[in-house]
Design a protein around this ligand. Structure first.
Ligand code: DC
Length: 223
């Protein structure tokens, strides 16, 4: 049986950084489920769907073919046979992912893909509903969070380092809006699963969070 670690939490909590580091340490595959929702969102946008038109979105989601593969240990997302990975980190992709991930047809399609993968491989999978809906039987569930201010500041620093201009208040407002959308949608909203361990990273460095999570793995007999 494969070993599954679920990491959930709000946007900007550091899930992907921590999940990547853990998967490297453990020799597991890292599965970024947000990237799948982003690829689906961009596909729906390109097809001219309106974000509120559930009927059209459901029909299109049925036809959308998303797959993932690994190159040098890095996840690549393939949509319609084309590698779209490099387009997925844009704000636009994030907004389309958040808006369209509330529909049942979109979630059903991607959830199945995620379950199949985790049944075959040892994975560290991150997202919003991994511990609560995708992998309810995961051996370890972590709910990673940080204050809106801490998450906003990290994103701000990231943009400034890249030489981009950024408005901290606007970033924090965008984070709050995304949290609200992800936590209040009807199907599989972002919640801390009952058996998930809460890790608040507001005042922790990346190294401290990784070490803490590795400790949780050891307690479960995983590392
Ligand atoms: O983690 P991320 O920012 O790449 O995710 C983008 C959006 O995708 C997020 O706002 C909500 C949606 N998502 C989801 O509904 N369920 C997941 N398991 C992962 C992401």
């Amino acid at each position: 049986m494969s070993i599954n670690i679920a990491i959930d939490g709000p946007a900007g909590a550091g899930k992907s950084t921590i999940a990547k580091a853990l998967s490297r340490e453990l020799g597991f595959i890292y599965v970024d489920t947000g990237a799948m929702y982003r690829a689906m969102g961009l596909f729906l946008q390109a097809k001219g769907a309106s974000q509120d038109d559930e009927k059209t979105i459901s029909e299109l989601a049925e036809k959308c073919s998303i797959d993932i593969k690994y190159e040098n240990g890095q996840q690549r997302v393939i949509e319609g046979g084309v590698d779209v990975t490099d387009k997925l980190r844009s704000e636009d992709a994030g907004k389309w992912a958040s808006a369209t991930s509330r529909f049942g047809a979109v979630r059903a399609k991607l959830t199945q893909l995620q379950k199949d993968l985790a049944a075959r491989e040892n994975v560290v999978m991150d997202g919003r509903d991994i511990g609560s809906a995708v992998l309810p039987g995961a051996q370890l569930k972590i709910y990673l969070t940080a204050s809106e201010e801490a998450r906003g500041k990290r994103r701000y620093d990231e943009l400034v380092t890249k030489g981009e201009t950024a408005d901290l208040d606007q970033i924090i407002a965008d984070i709050a809006a995304r949290d609200h959308a992800d936590m209040t949608r009807e199907i599989s909203p972002l919640v801390q699963a009952e058996d998930a361990i809460l890790v608040d990273t507001s005042d922790m460095s990346i190294e401290q969070v990784v070490e803490h999570c590795l400790g949780l793995c050891r307690e479960k007999g995983i590392a």
